[in-house]
Design a protein around this ligand. Structure first.
Ligand code: GLU
Length: 421
């Protein structure tokens, strides 16, 4: 039996167990420690092990990051890396996931990318996506616009998956007259795990950039097999599972396209913006004093006073059902809030649309000045309101635009098939 080395992916067999995982350093020489697919470590006593087979040897660390040579005739694609699991790997000494020291290592690990396009990497910062601020969203949008305006045929943004859909929404509103595809992509597993999904997601993102869809889309696994990805419109998508590789689902619509890593894009929605022109207009101004509040029965209405007293300019409510909060206890604060801020209503049901005509609560809230955002997702409404308040002085116009479709965020007709797609 060949002794596995630290970093090898191994299968460990005992009488009553079989574990597959990465061999980690062990302080006790009688114990083998494995990092399992689910991220947990398991320690196995050597006396109980009957056999160990090496599934894959540890990848040697990339010492010199490869010089990326451009090849004549290939399209030019820029990758804007911002951090997250997709540009991380396990540190075998600690078992924790760390950012790659150089994002170029990604290309070294996925040679197929360089066969499809000339890849340029820009790394404005490296953060976990829960740490991103509105300033980071502005930096990402500016980097994407700069690359397009310098002539890139498409731009990929790599990003932590937790807040991927906030960024895809922000890019959808900040980049106007987008002439090229923009793919926003992440990975649910780090690059040295057997189930690394960033590999396929990135190849599909390159394929998306070779298509004629001039829209911002999230490109992630379509199912739990490694066969294809979906391109999901940047304003109509949500992370619907904390760990599955196919966590991102379209909401109230169908995917824009199915993407086979080898064959490329197959259009599923025929209604998409096509490549026209060369330059993108970018406006990254936004109002950071906007809050997203999820309503729950019994929530005290003075939560609204708190934000108004702090000078907030926008409040997005995630109401119940068609878009309600208690009209028995909230009306006074709602009336005060709508005098000082733009107050918008979305639904916490995720699927479906808000409607202020069905119940008296909706009628009252609407009459008090709450703006019903139809089927705009709460996260998308939050980002849209920040951007509109940052870019328009006339609040009447902002309110009106919150009910209008600007970047695919509102569907007047919701396809039946889209529910739990
Ligand atoms: N929570 C981190 C993030 O969103 C890591 C998870 C991930 O990248 O999927 O950046």
């Amino acid at each position: 039996m060949k002794e596995p080395s630290i970093g090898d992916l191994a299968k460990v067999f005992g009488k009553e167990f079989t574990y597959t995982g990465i061999i980690m350093p062990s302080k006790d020489e009688d114990i083998v420690i494995l990092k399992l697919e689910n991220g947990y470590n398991v320690g196995v006593s050597k006396s109980k092990i009957q056999n160990i087979s090496i599934v894959r040897q540890a990848r040697p660390p990339v010492k010199n990051t490869p010089k990326i040579k451009s090849k004549a005739g290939l399209p030019n694609i820029s990758i804007v890396t911002t951090g997250g699991t997709i540009t991380s790997k396990i540190d075998y000494r600690t078992g924790a996931v760390h950012p790659l020291t150089k994002p170029e290592e990604l290309i070294a690990n996925i040679p197929e990318l360089a066969e499809l396009a000339n890849i340029k990497i820009i790394s404005p910062f490296s953060k976990l996506s829960e740490d991103l601020t509105s300033v980071d969203l502005q930096k990402i949008a500016s980097s994407v616009a700069l690359e397009i305006n310098k002539g890139a045929d498409g731009v990929i943004v790599t990003h932590g998956t937790d807040t991927l859909h906030f960024t895809s929404a922000a890019l959808s509103f900040m980049l106007k007259d987008l002439p090229k595809p923009v793919a926003v992509v992440g990975g649910q597993r780090s690059s040295d795990r057997g189930s690394f999904d960033g590999h396929q997601n990135l190849i599909c993102a390159v394929q998306y950039c070779l298509s004629n869809i001039a829209e911002v889309a999230i490109i992630m696994h379509a199912n739990s097999d490694d066969d294809f990805c979906y391109a999901l419109r940047g304003t109509k998508v949500r992370k619907m599972h904390s760990s599955r590789r196919d966590a991102f689902r379209p909401i109230n619509c169908l995917p824009l396209a199915k993407i086979d890593p080898k064959k490329g894009v197959e259009h599923l929605d025929k209604n998409y913006n096509k490549k026209v022109g060369k330059k993108v207009i970018v406006n990254t101004k936004l109002e950071p004093k906007v809050v997203l509040i999820k309503y729950s029965p019994g929530l005290q209405p003075n939560v609204l006073d708190y934000y108004i007293d702090k000078g907030y300019k926008g409040i997005v409510l995630e109401g119940t059902g068609f878009g309600h909060v208690s009209t028995e206890t909230w009306m006074k604060q709602i009336e005060r809030a709508t005098k000082h801020a733009v107050v918008c209503m979305t639904t916490q049901t995720i699927y479906g649309t808000t409607n202020n005509h069905i119940y008296s609560a909706g009628v009252k809230l609407h009459k008090a000045g709450v703006i019903y955002c139809k089927d705009t997702l709460p996260e998308t409404a939050y980002v849209k309101l920040m951007i509109l308040l940052g870019q328009h002085k006339n609040l009447q116009e902002v309110k009106q635009m919150m009910t209008q479709n600007l970047a695919g965020e509102i569907n007047e007709r919701i396809e039946k098939k889209s529910f739990l797609f």
